[in-house]
Each structure stands twice: as C-alpha cells, then as structure tokens.
Design a protein. Structure first.
Length: 232
C-alpha cells in the first residue's frame, strides 16, 4: 500500500491469558441472529513451535474437522508447530497441518476424530459491493468470540505484506486486530465472504485497528482450500 500506512499481518505473539468474549453493539437484532448462526464455525488457533508461540483464528469448512486459516498463523511458530484448536463452546482439540499455500497466505488444519461440526457457508465474494455490511469474527488479542461490524470499504485492493504481493483483497472498516488472522468476514446473510488477513496502521509504532483491514475473498479461499484438501 502506498502512503503513510503500514500493512501488518494479524497474528498475536503474546495472546491474552483470559479468553473473554466481546461484541460491538448493533442497531438491529438481525446482526445478532446472523452472528449466532455463524459463530460456531469460527475457532481460535494456538500454535507452538521452534520459533515460539502464536495465535490466530480459523473457520470450519468441513464437518469432519477441516479448518481454514492463514498460512502466517502457522508459519510464525516455525517448523512442525503443535496446533491447538478451541471451538466456540470452549472445547479444545489438537490438530495437524493438512496443507499450506504461502503465496495465497492460506492453510488448512484438521482436527482428528471430529464429525458433524458446524461449517461455514461460503458466499460469492464476487457479488460484494462497496458499502455492503460485513461482520468480522475471530480472536483478536486472544479474546475469543469477538465480533465487530463494518462495511466493505473497497474491493480489488492490492498490497504487499512481508514481500508477499496480494491482489483482489477486500478492504473493510470492521475493526480487526492481532489474532483476527484466519477468522471469518461474513455478509449480512451469514455467508463467509472473506478470510481476515491484514491491517494497515499509521506507521507510528501502533499495531491496533485504524479501520483499514483486508480479507482474502471467499472465492479465492474456497478454491485454494479445495486444492489443499484434495485426497484427504
């Protein structure tokens, strides 16, 4: 991104010790209803590896335990990370890495022995319009079950994060912070339209939300995820 802003991935090196749910107020009860349906498919992901510990979010995309997240959530912990998934009801399960796509910053992990999990419904991200209402779900700063609401600020954004070039990104003003990586961006009808991935900051040293966040479109995420899961 050009200008004064700096783009950062949304991982949190020091997750909060107490998982406290938080939501933003909404002017309509329908948003709460949408969140209630979508939230069981959003999980917290903690990874520990040779480079330390990190935390992010993920989205259940197959009822047998397949979970989509950002590659950088896993990569930050180094080689062969131990992955722990915490579901919305507080259940914790270990997971293994199914596949990674660093160029797309996407990855799939799998919780073994799972069945009949609530899955996210993919929406058509190509149908999004600037100004559409969206809701972000994830675990910013380790606060699992956090919900923030905003709009699609722009479409088809291009940006570079740590030398990786991204195109066709969704820009949103739904507040995102470290730990939202891999979480869900959902539409007003509860469909998954993006995977939250990065934020822009003012460049003054702060890494908090300034209302400029970016998500990988769901059409891209679905295609990459299907390729990673092929044969599993």
């Amino acid at each position: 991104m050009a200008g004064a802003a700096t783009v950062h991935e949304l991982t949190a090196a020091k997750p909060a010790s107490s998982p406290v749910a938080a939501t933003t107020a909404s002017s309509t009860s329908s948003v709460a209803d949408v969140v209630a349906r979508a939230q069981p498919a959003v999980v917290d992901i903690t990874v520990k590896g040779s480079s330390g510990e990190d935390e992010g979010s993920g989205v259940v995309i197959r009822s047998d335990g397949m979970i989509l997240t950002n590659n950088h959530v896993l990569a930050a912990a180094g080689q062969d990370p131990a992955v722990t998934v915490t579901f919305s009801d507080g259940t914790r399960r270990s997971a293994t890495v199914v596949g990674t796509a660093p160029g797309s910053d996407l990855a799939v992990v799998r919780v073994s022995g799972a069945s009949r999990l609530t899955v996210a419904t993919f929406g058509d991200s190509s149908a999004l319009r600037t100004g559409d209402t969206v809701v972000a779900l994830g675990s910013p700063l380790g606060l699992t079950g956090t919900v923030t609401e905003g709009i699609v600020s722009a479409l088809h954004r291009q940006l570079t994060v740590d030398q990786t070039r991204y195109t066709n990104m969704i820009q949103t003003d739904a507040p995102l912070n470290e730990g939202n990586s891999g979480g869900a961006l959902i539409s007003a009808n509860g469909q998954l339209v993006g995977i939250n991935t990065a934020i822009a900051t003012s460049g003054s040293g702060s890494t908090g939300s300034i209302g400029v966040g970016f998500a990988i479109p769901s059409n891209t995420a679905k295609s990459v995820a299907e390729a990673l899961m092929a044969g599993h």
